[in-house]
Design a protein around this ligand. Structure first.
Ligand code: IPE
Ligand code: IPE
Ligand code: MG
Length: 252
């Protein structure tokens, strides 16, 4: 992924937990699915912001491994919404130079949804303006487990020695391996937790939380997050003086 054009203080990769849809609807005495629908519009706000500010990779947490346990009606509504959004948005994303990919346990979705996911990925594979990754049926523990399983398979097949398994071998099997790790993480909805999002990849990510509910997301809130990010000193375990001497783009 080229890292030109963006000023050094702009995150290269932004990861977002889009939380608060249900509460947004409940406050309006509406069914939770109305909140999810409003949340789908906020996704566009976030994508527009990244395109305008030269953020080259955006990873959105849309549906967690644990979210399958929600009431059947909510899960069903979310699946419908997901399918509609895929059908509706992919043309425009493609036109705007967005490469779309999905991470997570894809097998758990219905065939019509996985077909749309495959088609969206194939259609946008050549785009380079923004790497958009949708984490759906995703869990950080699942990600680590599938990477471990993939390494174990190679060991069993005699292609890899256990002593060759190091952090970089593990990183290479994790999802998002071809992107720099997220520089900035944003969670809306007021809760200050990771909720099984990118556990491995967030090791040195700057975390930013806001009380704003996801459907309320606007450019001013995102602006505050990246302004705050720009003021932080990332030390990566080193001293402040060492960190200051390192060019920003060379970490990890
Ligand atoms: C996030 O909003 C969307 C999904 C998890 C699918 P929530 O549905 O979790 O909204 P709250 O947290 O209940 O308000
Ligand atoms: C995290 O939100 C998952 C997504 C936003 C997709 P949750 O609403 O599921 O997280 P918890 O339950 O508050 O931890
Ligand atoms: Mg929630």
């Amino acid at each position: 992924m080229p890292s030109d054009s963006a000023p050094a203080h702009v995150p290269r990769h932004l990861a977002v937990i889009m939380d608060g849809n249900g509460r947004w609807a409940e406050r309006r005495r509406r069914p939770r699915i109305i909140g999810h629908r409003a949340g789908a519009r906020a996704v566009n706000t976030c994508i527009d912001f990244c395109l305008q500010h030269g953020i080259r990779a955006l990873t959105l947490f849309a549906f967690s491994s644990e979210n399958w346990g929600r009431p059947e009606e909510e899960v069903g509504g979310l699946m419908k919404l997901f399918l509609n959004a895929l059908e509706r948005e992919v043309d425009e994303l493609d036109r705007r130079g967005v490469r779309v990919r999905f991470i997570g346990e894809r097998e758990r979705f219905s065939a019509p949804i996985t077909r749309q996911m495959d088609a969206a990925e194939a259609r946008t594979a050549g785009n380079t303006r923004l790497d958009l990754t949708i984490a759906a049926s995703y869990g950080g523990r699942w990600d680590i487990t599938q990477a471990a399983r993939s390494l174990a398979r190679d060991v069993a097949a005699g292609k890899l020695r256990p002593e060759d398994i190091d952090e970089s071998a593990m990183s290479a099997r994790m999802t998002l391996a071809d992107l720099p790790p997220p520089d900035l993480f944003i969670r809306t909805g007021g809760d200050t937790r990771i909720s099984n999002f990118l556990l491995w990849q967030l090791a040195y990510t700057e975390l930013w939380f806001t009380e704003a509910l996801w459907p309320e997301l606007d450019a001013a809130t995102l602006r505050r997050a990246i302004d705050d990010f720009a003021r932080r000193e990332r030390r990566f375990g080193l001293t402040g003086a060492q960190a200051a001497a390192m060019p920003k783009e060379t970490h990890e």
